[in-house]
Design a protein around this ligand. Structure first.
Ligand SMILES: NC(=O)c1ccc[n+]([C@@H]2O[C@H](COP(=O)([O-])OP(=O)(O)OC[C@H]3O[C@@H](n4cnc5c(N)ncnc54)[C@H](O)[C@@H]3O)[C@@H](O)[C@H]2O)c1
Ligand SMILES: CC(C)CCC[C@@H](C)[C@H]1CC[C@H]2[C@@H]3[C@H](O)C=C4C[C@@H](O)CC[C@]4(C)[C@H]3CC[C@]12C
Length: 368
């Protein structure tokens, strides 16, 4: 890199910067992007922790805004060199309507792209998802596959449909001329199931285990592998790809799975890596309920959700979609990010595990 480029002062915008992943991206940028001079954090809901960031050498600008509002997005993007677009509605439980999910995830992403084009921002990193690929509606396993592994990506659920559409928009926008005439460079990162400090579903499982007297009951066979990746490594991958796409054209229009050294395990066995040291145990070496009964309960939950909708929001963890995802092998094994932009996980598995356990233990003490 030329010295002039290294000295260049950059403005980054992180949409969804107050979410689970977004907060880690924000903190990672502040720690690991030496060329950063201003960090804009755009989110529907701003967190109180932002105040502590405002005392450092980098100018931190918190922007309360909605990605579905094109003018709010354009105002936030104007003058930024790089946009990391993590904002999204992550809902597989039926809390939001399919229309709202589409509006936030697809229209919101279109607004970000148009804002880059109109205001002259040249670099865009999009947080996609493994769900853009699968598991598909047929429940086909994806066993330690990579970005080029053939797989029939067919979805019906609004969340994966929206992520797939948004990812396509981002990739198709690569090469569009932005204001000033330079080409837009875009890429998409596809995390598998993210875990780590701030993971709401882990917190929910932990509390459920406490309510059940320190036990969780196995529902899914241990042989079903589910891909997981530590949030700090996902954040690091975002920071690195954003930095490196400014140097090389190779990443433009590319997709990358997010990966690290987290072990291949079933969803429940993986969670127990953190919950066991916090005093919970997983009962059963095999699922305690037959699969047909789980299918029935999931369908019953879906029916109850629909019936109760006029009165209250009933959104349990188990529904036909979450059951299918949890019960279908989907794991990745790839080194594409290493080959294209030199990514190596920043956190070892042991470190990721220790950090997550400490966080769960903190959840425990803060809720006592
Ligand atoms: N959590 C996972 O396991 C996982 C896995 C793969 C991909 N992803 C993707 O990563 C991204 C972040 O997910 P997360 O788990 O941190 O979710 P999250 O819900 O914790 O964070 C999303 C953030 O986006 C913000 N947001 C939502 N709607 C918005 C809007 N209309 N305008 C502005 N901001 C809005 C939310 O306030 C929130 O802070 C999402 O795009 C998601 O699809 C998550
Ligand atoms: C059958 C029950 C006992 C267990 C239910 C677990 C279920 C809630 C979990 C299992 C797998 C989880 C998803 C997976 O880790 C990956 C993603 C991708 C990401 O883009 C959004 C979150 C999501 C869908 C996880 C949601 C929770 C799931 C379905």
């Amino acid at each position: 890199m030329a010295d002039s480029a290294r000295a260049q002062k950059l403005v980054y915008l992180v949409t969804g910067g107050c979410g689970f992943l977004g907060e880690h991206v924000v903190r990672m940028l502040l720690q690991r992007e030496p060329r950063l001079c201003e960090l804009r954090i755009f989110d529907l809901h701003l967190g109180p922790w932002l105040d502590e960031l405002k005392t450092g050498p980098v100018r931190v600008t918190a922007i309360q805004g909605d990605v579905t509002q094109a003018h709010e997005v354009a105002a936030a993007v104007a003058g930024a060199h790089v946009v990391i677009h993590t904002a999204g509605l992550v809902d597989v439980f039926g809390k939001a309507s399919p229309e709202t999910i589409h509006e936030v995830n697809v229209q919101g992403t279109q607004n970000v792209i148009e804002a880059c084009v109109q205001t002259g921002t040249q670099f865009l990193v999009y947080t996609s998802s493994m769900e853009v690929v699968g598991p598909n509606v047929k429940g086909h396993p994806f066993y330690r596959g990579n970005e080029d592994t053939p797989y029939e990506a067919v979805h019906r659920h609004p969340y994966p449909c929206s992520k797939a559409l948004a990812e396509r928009l981002v990739l198709e926008a690569n090469g569009r001329k932005v204001r000033g005439g330079l080409p837009l460079v875009t890429c998409a990162l596809r995390p598998t199931g993210i875990y780590g400090e701030g993971h709401q579903i882990m917190r929910d499982f932990y509390h459920q285990g406490l309510r059940l007297g320190g036990r969780l009951f196995r529902a899914i066979p241990a042989s079903v592998e589910h891909g997981r990746v530590y949030v700090g490594n996902v954040a690091w991958m975002h920071v690195l790809v954003a930095r490196e796409e400014q140097r090389a054209a190779l990443m433009g229009g590319q997709v990358y799975f997010c990966y690290d050294k987290s072990p291949y395990k079933s969803y429940e066995d993986f969670n127990m890596e953190f919950l066991r040291p916090c005093g919970l145990r997983l009962v059963g070496t095999r699922p305690l309920l037959p699969y047909w009964l789980l299918v029935f309960l999931a369908a019953l939950n879906a029916l109850l959700q629909w019936l109760l909708r006029p009165l209250l929001l009933y959104a349990p963890l188990l529904n036909p979609y979450t059951l299918a995802v949890a019960n279908t092998t989907f794991t990745v094994s790839t080194n594409k990010a290493q080959r294209h932009f030199g990514y190596e996980p920043l956190f070892s598995w042991e470190d990721s595990r220790t950090r997550t356990i400490r966080w769960v233990q903190g959840v425990e003490s803060s809720s006592q």
